[in-house]
Design a protein around this ligand. Structure first.
Ligand SMILES: [Zn+2]
Length: 249
């Protein structure tokens, strides 16, 4: 399934989960679900990741800019002039200047992940660190392996649960709905997904859609939305929404 397909699926799963659990359209939960639906494709060879890291030269410039911005920040806060962080910032600039594009791309992801990871540790927000570890490791995974597995789903449970505990409303249900939507959507493709990788190296799924069959992709998404509306209708939730359109933000 392509990026747009995953986005629409993520939003649909989020909206369905929101109405089922809260009885209302929770926009924040839907937003979290939509973002979470793209996480699994941070692995190697995925379109999402290639789009994010994009042009290698741009990545190299971003790496140098990150180092420079960090250095300027520490200069402005002169108390930390002698700190280890200045050295780290300058190292990023120098490394960015000399490394080749391919290396810069990989390093950039690791620099971002490290910054996020240590920030999480510093503020005792371990779910942030968990997310950073995912961002750092996912680009090393072969496409549709552990990032599309039950194990990733379990790891995500702890990350989103931590976010929810930290006060991010709708994080747990929204985050899980989005991640599940991605795996389910990819199960419709002919390759399926390695649900239990590396324990069982086998592709699971319904395997009906080729990547060039866009009509089938949108058909599956449409059928999913109709199924969700049907469940909401049967359970009486649709009526409640239509009569009392409570929008929770
Ligand atoms: Zn995928």
């Amino acid at each position: 399934m392509n990026g747009l397909g995953h986005t629409v699926m993520g939003a649909s799963f989020g909206a369905f989960a929101s109405v089922m659990t809260t009885g209302a359209i929770d926009l924040q939960m839907i937003a979290i679900s939509t973002i979470s639906a793209s996480f699994a494709d941070f692995d190697t060879g995925s379109k999402v990741r290639n789009k994010l890291s994009g042009n290698p030269l741009r990545t190299k410039i971003a790496l140098i800019a990150t180092g420079l911005a960090s250095t300027v920040y520490h200069f402005l806060h002169s108390y930390s002039l002698t700190s280890f962080s200045v050295l780290a910032s300058m190292t990023i600039v120098i490394v960015g200047l000399f490394m080749n594009h391919r290396q810069a791309k990989k390093t950039f992801i690791h620099v971002i992940a490290s910054v996020i990871g240590f920030t999480g540790l510093y503020y005792h927000q371990y779910w942030v660190t968990g997310l950073a570890i995912f961002i750092a490791l996912a680009p090393h995974a072969a496409h549709r392996t552990w990032t599309h597995s039950i194990w990733a789903l379990i790891a995500m449970y702890f990350i989103f649960d931590g976010a929810q505990e930290a006060g991010v409303k709708g994080a747990l249900i929204g985050g899980m709905a989005g991640y599940v939507s991605h795996i389910v959507a990819d199960m419709f493709t002919v390759n399926g997904v390695k649900l239990f990788y590396p324990l069982i190296d086998k592709n699971f799924g319904f395997k009906i859609m080729h990547s060039n069959q866009l009509w089938l992709q949108w058909g599956i998404i449409g059928a999913t939305i109709v199924a969700f509306l049907g469940i909401l209708f049967i359970t009486g939730k649709l009526d409640a929404i239509l009569n009392h359109p409570v929008i929770r933000v």
